[in-house]
Write a protein that binds this ligand. Structure first.
Ligand SMILES: Cc1ncc(COP(=O)(O)O)c(C=O)c1O
Length: 361
């Protein structure tokens, strides 16, 4: 079995699991209760807040735990400004695109947000939301420049850093953004946990009200085991960032060298600054979803282009925004590598892919 879909989700790191386990059984108290056992839960959340803050160079009090990246994006876009004028990019995750009716800025053929088009946008905006790394192509955006363009226009800036944090150095201060979304399950933490890095002054109307948890920005009894797991995953990602990057980069170089020998293959945004773990490519004359199923039958798990925000549900809105032709976009396969992957898996994958392409003709 070869798992090449780490941008979709990762397994939980054994060290993360071990950190979480006591909080299901021994340390189960509600962190808002007043006895000693509850103080253990509270203190575990405080530690996790520090760990997540450290990963992105934010302050612990700026971390609002949520149920994941989707909720963090929703909270940023819906909670900050009512009836806001929002600008975002055409290739964002659906949890951004569907959270507000926003003006969309285009994407260049190399997978970058079109800065020139952004500067030419007329009118004023309350909020801008631009992702730090695109989940399909892996292209890393120049968020620092984009946020300075928007801040000159007195616009709050949010970045969806779900695919970036734990994979590249992310610095909340240096990026100059006001809000940032994170998710735990992309970095070997549990699913259903994430965070919005923000300040109470920006979140005017929380999505959930109630018991005042998370500085009243996200009410509801905290999911202590998941938060502890997210904290541990963030701590490990911070400590092992370089090592993880080098591991994926070596595999990606090996993979791309072999892929580029196949005549039907085009690597999207090949020469752009990309995550070390991500390769998205088109296979001329094939359909990505069919290939995906044929690979699955042979024990290989990959992803095709995401299907959202497009009238034709089988085409990636990211590739369409980059101006990739429809047929090539429909043939897209995304590989996203992870820590447990090996050079042998890369070689086997290419062998299996070649065989599959031959059979299809
Ligand atoms: C860029 C991006 N933003 C947001 C999300 C949503 O995160 P979650 O699955 O934690 O809700 C994802 C997950 O695929 C993502 O890739």
């Amino acid at each position: 079995m070869i798992y090449f879909d780490h941008n979709a989700t990762t397994s939980v790191d054994e060290r993360v699991l071990q950190a979480m386990l006591p909080f299901f059984s021994r340390f189960y108290a509600n962190p808002s209760s007043l006895y000693k056992l509850a103080r253990l839960s509270r203190s575990a959340i405080d530690t996790a807040r520090e760990q997540v803050a450290q990963l992105v160079n934010a302050r612990a009090e700026q971390v609002v735990f949520t149920s994941g990246g989707t909720e963090a994006n929703n909270l940023a876009l819906k909670g900050c400004v009512s009836n806001a004028k929002i600008v975002t990019a055409a290739f964002e995750h659906p949890s951004v695109l569907q959270s507000a009716s926003a003006q969309l800025v285009g994407i260049t053929s190399q997978g970058y947000i079109d800065q020139q088009a952004l500067t030419q946008l007329e009118g004023s905006f309350d909020l801008a939301s631009f992702m730090l790394v695109n989940n399909e192509t892996g292209v890393i955006q120049d968020i620092a420049s984009l946020s300075s363009i928007m801040q000159e226009r007195k616009t709050l800036v949010h970045t969806d850093a779900v695919q970036a944090a734990g994979k590249i150095p992310v610095d909340f201060q240096v990026l100059g953004v006001d809000l940032m979304s994170l998710s735990s399950h992309k970095i070997y933490g549990p699913k259903g946990c994430g965070a919005l890095i923000t300040s109470a002054k920006y979140v005017k109307s929380p999505l959930q009200t109630g018991g005042g948890q998370e500085a009243a920005l996200r009410a509801g009894t905290e999911n202590v085991p998941a938060i502890v797991g997210f904290g541990k995953a963030a701590e490990l990602a911070y400590a092992e960032l370089d090592q993880r990057h080098q591991h994926c980069l070596a595999l990606r170089v090996r993979l791309e060298e072999q892929l580029l020998k196949l005549p039907e293959i085009t690597i999207f945004a090949q020469h752009s600054q990309r995550l070390a773990n991500t390769v998205q490519f088109g296979v001329q004359g094939h359909v990505g979803e069919m290939l995906l199923m044929q690979l699955d039958q042979q024990g290989v798990m990959v992803s095709s282009g995401s299907a959202c925000a497009s009238t034709d549900t089988s085409v990636s809105h990211v590739l369409m925004a980059m101006g990739v032709g429809e047929d090539l976009a429909k043939s897209a396969i995304r590989i996203s590598l992870g820590q447990e992957n090996t050079a042998q898996e890369v070689d086997s994958f290419v062998r299996i892919l070649k065989r599959t392409l031959l059979k299809a003709h």
